[in-house]
Design a protein around this ligand. Structure first.
Ligand code: AMP
Ligand code: MG
Length: 334
C-alpha cells in the first residue's frame, strides 16, 4: 500500500514543483503589485519577488515605525544614521535626479506630503501657516551622504524623506535583477502602474504597453506603446488625490508653493531602461511642466509623453512613431 501511495505521490509532487503559477498580485508599497512571469512563474519565484517587495516597503515606508526613513526623520538635525545599501543607493539617486530636474523632484518633500496626508484617512488642505513652516525644510542640499560608512544625515530638525516618487521604480529594478538571476524568459511587472516589460515575448513580437487616459484611468488605454524590454512609468493627477469643495488636489507637489502642481498637465509618462529613472523623472518632469520637461527629457536622454487638459499629447520626437492613439478627441502636438 505504501509503495502505491509513494508512486502516486511522486508525480504529484513533481507537478506541484514545476507547474507555472498564475500571475501573482499583492498589496505592497501602498499599491496593487502584480507580476506575471508566464511559463517561468513558479510559486518559489513569486515568493522571492514579493519578499523583496515587502523588504523594500519595510525600509522605505513613512508609516511603519521601524522603517529606515522614519529613523532618519527621528535623527534629523541630531546625528547621522547608518542605513542599508538600498536606502543609501535610492537617496543618492534621488539627489542625482534633483540635480537633473533643477530640484523639481525632491525626496525631502516629506513634511509637505505628511501635511496634505493625501491617500491617508487624514487627508486635508493644510493652513497657509503650516505650509510656510514646512517649505524651508524641503531642500535636498541638506541631505549629507557619507558613502564610505553608508550614513545619511538630514541636517535640519524636522526634515523627512518621502520616497513615494522613486521607491516603486527602484523596486521594479530589484525584481528585474532577480528575473535575470533566475533566467526568467519574459515577465510583466506592474507596481501600481509602474510598468516593466522584461525579456522577449514567446512569439517574438514586441510588447504593447497601454498608457492610461488620465481623464478615464479605469477605461480603455488612451495610447499603446510598442516596445522592446523597458520600463514605462506614469505620474498622473488621477492617482492619489483629495477632493474638497469641487477642487481636485492631486499628489504631485510643488515645493515652491507647497500646493499640488498646477500647470495644465494631467499626466507625464517616462520610458527608460531603468525603472528608478523613469519613476523619478515622471514626477520631476511633471513638476517642470511640458516645455521645460520636454527639454530636460531630451537632454537627459529618456523618452517622455505629456498629456494636458486641452487633450493634447506632447512627446519627445523618437517615441512618437511607437505610439498608437486609441481614442478620439485627443491630438498629438506636431
Ligand atoms: P509619482 O506618483 O511617482 O509621481 O509620485 C508621487 C508621490 O511622490 C507623492 O504621492 C509623494 O509621496 C511624492 N512627491 C510628491 N511631490 C513630489 C516632488 N515634487 N518630488 C518628489 N516626490 C514627490
Ligand atoms: Mg515617480
Amino acid at each position: 500500500m505504501m509503495k502505491w501511495l509513494f508512486l502516486f505521490a511522486l508525480p504529484m509532487l513533481f507537478l506541484a514543483c514545476t507547474k507555472p503559477a498564475e500571475p501573482h498580485t499583492e498589496i505592497v508599497l501602498g499599491t496593487v503589485c502584480t507580476v506575471n512571469a508566464f511559463k517561468d512563474g513558479t510559486k518559489a519565484l513569486y515568493d522571492e519577488l514579493f519578499a523583496t517587495l515587502s523588504d523594500i516597503d519595510d525600509k522605505f515606508s513613512t508609516q511603519k515605525p521601524y522603517s529606515e526613513l522614519v529613523a532618519l526623520h527621528d535623527s534629523a538635525g541630531i546625528h547621522p544614521r547608518t542605513v542599508s545599501n538600498d536606502v543609501f543607493f535610492v537617496v543618492q539617486q534621488a539627489c542625482h535626479f534633483s540635480a537633473l530636474t533643477d530640484g523639481a523632484f525632491d525626496i525631502t518633500i516629506g513634511p509637505l506630503v505628511s501635511l496634505w496626508g493625501i491617500n491617508t484617512d487624514h487627508a486635508r488642505i493644510p493652513t497657509v501657516q503650516e505650509i510656510a513652516r514646512a517649505l524651508p525644510l524641503i531642500n535636498w542640499h541638506h541631505i549629507m551622504l557619507d558613502e564610505k560608512n553608508t550614513q545619511i544625515y538630514l541636517q535640519q530638525p524636522e526634515m523627512s524623506l518621502d520616497a513615494g516618487a522613486i521607491a516603486k521604480g527602484y523596486a521594479a529594478d530589484a525584481l528585474v535583477q532577480i528575473l535575470h538571476a533566475k533566467n526568467v524568459r519574459q515577465a510583466l511587472i506592474d507596481l501600481g502602474g509602474n510598468i516593466y516589460v522584461f525579456g522577449k515575448k514567446s512569439d517574438g513580437s514586441p510588447w504593447r504597453v497601454g498608457i492610461k487616459n488620465p481623464e478615464h484611468p479605469y477605461g480603455t488605454p488612451l495610447l499603446v506603446l510598442t516596445t522592446e524590454e523597458t520600463s514605462v512609468v506614469t505620474s498622473g493627477v488621477y492617482e492619489r488625490f483629495l477632493e474638497q469643495d469641487g477642487v481636485h488636489y492631486h499628489h504631485i507637489l510643488d515645493k515652491q508653493t507647497g500646493y499640488p502642481v498646477d500647470n495644465n498637465l494631467l499626466s507625464v509618462t517616462v520610458v527608460a531602461p531603468s525603472s528608478l529613472t523613469a519613476d523619478a523623472l515622471s514626477t520631476g518632469l511633471f513638476v517642470l511642466g511640458k516645455e521645460k520637461g520636454l527639454e530636460h527629457a531630451e537632454k537627459i536622454g529618456v523618452e517622455a509623453i505629456f498629456i494636458d487638459d486641452s487633450r493634447t499629447i506632447w512627446t519627445t520626437p523618437r517615441i512618437r512613431n511607437s505610439l498608437e492613439l486609441l481614442q478620439e478627441g485627443y491630438t498629438f502636438e506636431k
